[in-house]
Design a protein around this ligand. Sequence first.
Ligand code: ATP
Ligand code: MG
Length: 602
Amino acid sequence: MANPTHPSPAGAESAPAPSDFIRDIVKADVAAGKYKKIVTRFPPEPNGYLHIGHAKSICLNFGIAREFQGQCNLRMDDTNPTKEDVEYVESIQQDVNWLIAGWADDRLGLKPKGKTPDTITVDAKPDFYLGPAESSTTAVEPFYASDYFDQIYEYALQLVKKGKAYVCDHTAEEVDKMRGAPDKQSEQSHYRDRSIEESLDLFQRMRAGEFPDGTRTLRAKIDMLSPNIWMRDPVIYRIRHAEHHHTGNAWCIYPMYDFAHCLSDYIEGITHSICTLEFEVHRPLYDWILENLGLPRPLPHQFEFARLSVGYTIMSKRKLLQLVNEKIVTGWDDPRMPTISGIRRRGVPARALRQFAYNIGVTKYNGITDVAVLEHVIRTDLNQHAQRRLGVLRPLKVVITNLPENHVEQFDAVNNPEDPAAGKRHVPFGRTVCIERDDFMETPPPKYFRLRPGGEVRLKYAYVIKCDEVVKDAAGNIVELRCTADLGSKLGGPTANRKVKGTIHWVSAAHAFEAEVRLYDRLFTVSEPDAEGDFKKHINPHSLEVVTAKLEPSLAKASAGERYQFERLGYFALDPDTQPARPVFNRTITLKDTWAKEQQKA
Ligand code: ATP
Ligand code: MG
């Protein structure tokens, strides 16, 4: 969608689509005319918030739909009532919509349930973070595997009637033990040779609620001698007297993942069912179920790719939930979290995440992606799109003694050197300014080009100043610098072209306003926090620092959808904790990678 303030520059969206082994398969299937339309799906279980690994899968599945004029379904894989919740359903829907909204114009072939793609509008209230550049007229509505429970149950009955499934009275522990291991023999269920009639009767009574949890299961009758343990008569239905977030109390038996998943794919007409490598061993079962039900073709096919793991973070929803529950972070959307909602809140544009997903590619080999790859994409994106502003995180007062008491003038500052259309703005300047505490040192090391006693520095867009006097309090802390400005050194002045080694940022003390600024660091101190032992041992105690910064007045009109570069400090975005009297900004990322240096110092 065209955005009046930010014309979309060349970037991820106009770059050629990536190529990888899955896209090659799809391409060949299209060329062979195998399907009328390519249909993929993204099937999260609503048992937690989505993380950046899911973002890779979303970009792959929706990306393929987009590139091949196909369709991608967002499907809640909701077959486990006790772990799932509507809160998660809603967050997943919001995160997916946010991530793919920039692709909306391409229609994506999205076909939200019950609506036609051309008439969809977002009626929900606009999200705090969804600025004009990322809001969209197209919203994806989820499908629910639980909407197919009737059909899936019918398919199970068919298997029983064909003698390909039986009711087993062993407990879960017994079934597990009797299944053996790839290198260990299995033991057959005592109920495997039950008559079709008896199994049919028992399965229907399971559904009717006659038996308590865990007393019986329905198992596919496949091959107890298979080297693949997933084929050793897997459980396909279990009894669970639990209320479901979507189907309420309609069911007390629930299909297992393997049974529900392939059938949901089939029901939705999925052509390419793309999942992560750990499901490769489940593929024979996926195919067995569809084949043995004798379903009309074409059948969906499963393809596997390597999951994303990123250094210095963890990716499992179960462990992320622990961080939330134990209040190690402030919530699922804490800006330090690798969740899509955390990354969004931190200020990363969806466009950058999509670019990241494209850059890392799709392979069959698991590995760890260096966080630097993600950070590079974010910096590149924000450099192109962020508005430049002046802000001082840790202010030190500077009085310019050769300017009159009430002196005010305006300097022109460029909004974005990467984007001439972003224009200029005026920044007020007065007799007292604030500079960054780090930009002054009384006894600096060699090659320190910022301010020192007797030294000179340029205040960006303004004058060259010289430090004449350092004022300290009784305890010896520096409280003020007294300086003189070279009044001819401003733009257009006789000494405007004077070369001084350092240029620093500043704000006018009389015009600046205070804001809370949250500075983030990595949540973990080691690159593989869950490699062994307790991942919580590796929490970085300094992952959040809060400062009261002074910001140039134009930032008082900052908008949630906009990103800002505070010159020399990094990229920042407004946080939803913002109150009218107390703006809060998050530092999305620093301008350069300072982590490597910090590590050396440590
Ligand atoms: P977790 O193990 O983190 O709890 P999950 O695999 O249980 O995640 P699902 O909700 O089942 O999460 O995942 C939905 C889809 O996202 C699946 O197709 C899954 O293969 C994919 N997915 C999950 N994690 C990753 C990852 N790290 N990289 C790429 N794809 C992923
Ligand atoms: Mg899963």
